[in-house]
Design a protein around this ligand. Sequence first.
Ligand SMILES: O=P(O)(O)OC[C@H]1O[C@](O)(CO)[C@@H](O)[C@@H]1O
Length: 536
Amino acid sequence: MSIWNDLARHQRATETRHMQDLFDEAGRAQVFSVQAGEMHLDYSKTNIDAEGRALLVQLAENAGLAEKRAAMFGGAKINETEGRAVLHIAQRAGEDAVIDVDGEDVMPELRAVRMRAYAFAEDVRAGRYPGQGGAITDVVNIGIGGSDLGPAMATLALAPYHDGPRLHYVSNVDGAHIADTLKGLNPETTLVIVASKTFTTIETMTNARTARDWMASKVTDPGAQFVAVSTALDKTAEFGIAPERVFGFADWVGGRYSVWGPIGLGIMIAVGAAGFDAFLAGGRAMDTHFQNAPLAENMPVLLALVGIWHNQLCGHATRAVLPYDQRLARLPAYLQQLEMESNGKRVDMEGRDLARQSGPIVWGEPGTNGQHAFYQLIHQGTRIVPCEFLLAAKGHEPELAHQHRLLAANCLAQSEALLRGRSFEQARAIMAEKGLTGSDLDRQARHRVFPGNRPSTTLIYPQLTPFVLGQIIALYEHRVFVEGVILGLNSFDQWGVELGKELATAIGPLLEGADASAKDPSTQALVAFVRAHQGV
Ligand SMILES: O=P(O)(O)OC[C@H]1O[C@](O)(CO)[C@@H](O)[C@@H]1O
C-alpha cells in the first residue's frame, strides 16, 4: 500500500512542472528509453523522472512480478476463474522448449498441429489444394474477437509479404458484412476458414452457415472448401468439417492471445510458413527479453509502468494508440480487445473491489489521418490523452521514400508539439506579424495557444517485417500481463461479455413477435420499433 502512497505523493509533488524542463538533465532521451533488439521505446516525453521510475519499478517488484511471470511461463493455472494455464507463449516457444501442463509436455502436439497447418497453407498457396473450380484465389476467415482481430490485423500489417491468395475477414453478425464480402467471390475457388475457439459463438456460426449455403449453391461438395480452427473438435465434426481439415488448439490459449497458432492460418496462407515462422521468432525474441531484462530495462514492464503512471496515478483515463504505419490500421482495434477485455475488470483475484481504476480506454487511428480528425482535442482539449506513437524508420516502397520521410516528420512533429506546445507570447507574436493589434490580437492569440506538457511515448522500429510485428504484438501482450499483475486482477478471463450474450438470446424471439411485456419500457419501445419496420 505504501508504495502506492509514495507514488501518489511523488505524482502530486511533480505534476505542475513542465516536462520540457526535465530535458535540462543531459542524456534524458537515452536514460528514459529502452531497447529490445532493434526496437526502441522512448518514454522521455513523459513526466516520469528517476525517482518516479524507481518507485514504479518497486511497485512492480512488490506485486511479485518476477514470480508471476515465472508462473505464467511455467504453465501454472494463473487464470484462476477458469482454472486454466495461460500459455500463449507456448505457441511461439523454441524448438527445444518443454512446457508441462498437468504433468504432460504440451509442445509435441502443438508443433504437430503447426506443421499440419503449414503444410495445408503451402498446399493452398501452391494450388495443390484446389477448390472445385481451380486453384484457391480467395480465403474468407469467419471469426470474431480473438478469432478475427489478430489475424486480420496481422494480415494487413504484412501486406508487402503476401504472395498467396487474397484474404478476407468476416466477423459481424450483421448480414451486410458477409454479403459484401462474398459479393464478387467465386464459390468454386474460395476457401472458408471457420475460426472459433469455442465453436459456439453465435456470430461466427451464423456466418459460417450463410457461407456454407452460398458455397452449396455452386459446388457439389461445399464441405471440402471449409476448414475449422477450434478447441472444440466435437463441434467442428458436428458442423461437418472433416478432421483432416480441423486445426485444434488447447483451452489454455486465450482467444485474444491466439494469433500465434492455427488461428493465424489466414496469415500462413497469405505469407507462407517462412513468413509466419519469422513472426513467431519476433514474438519469441520479445519473450526472451521480457523474461531476462532487468525490470528497469524491460520494455513491456516499462510500457506498463508508464501506463500505470498516466492512468492510475495521473488520472488520464484513455490512451491513444497512433501508428504512423497505415498497415497497422487495425492495431488499435486489436489492442482494444487485448487490453480492455484483459484488464477491464472491477474486482481483484480474490473477488474484492479493485482498489484503483482498471486498465485504460484504448483507442486510435493511424497517423497522419488522425491529425486531420481528433488531434485537435489531443492538443487543445481540456482533458489530457497520453499518446502512444509507433513508427517504422523505413517503409516498403523505396520509390516512395520521400512519402515515408513526410510520414516520419509528422510523427516526430506531433510528439514535439505535445511536449513543447506554443505559449501565449509566441502565438501573440505570430498574430502580430500578421498585422493584428489591440484586443483582437489577444483574443485571436488565445485560440492559437497550445498548452504542451502533454505526455507521449514513441515506439520506433526499423521496418514492419514479420519479425518486428511479432515483437510488437508480444510486447503488448506482456504489457497487459504486467498491468494486470500490478492491479491484482485476472487478465485472462472475460466474464463481462456474458450478460449481453444471454440477453440477446432472450430478445431474439421478441423481435419475431413473442411477448415483450416483461422487458423494461425502453427495451419494449425499441423492440416495437424494429418489429414495426420489419412488418412483424
Ligand atoms: O473464438 P470464439 O470462441 O468464437 O470467441 C470469440 C471471442 O468471443 C469472446 O469470447 C468474447 O465474447 C472473446 O474472448 C473471443 O475472442
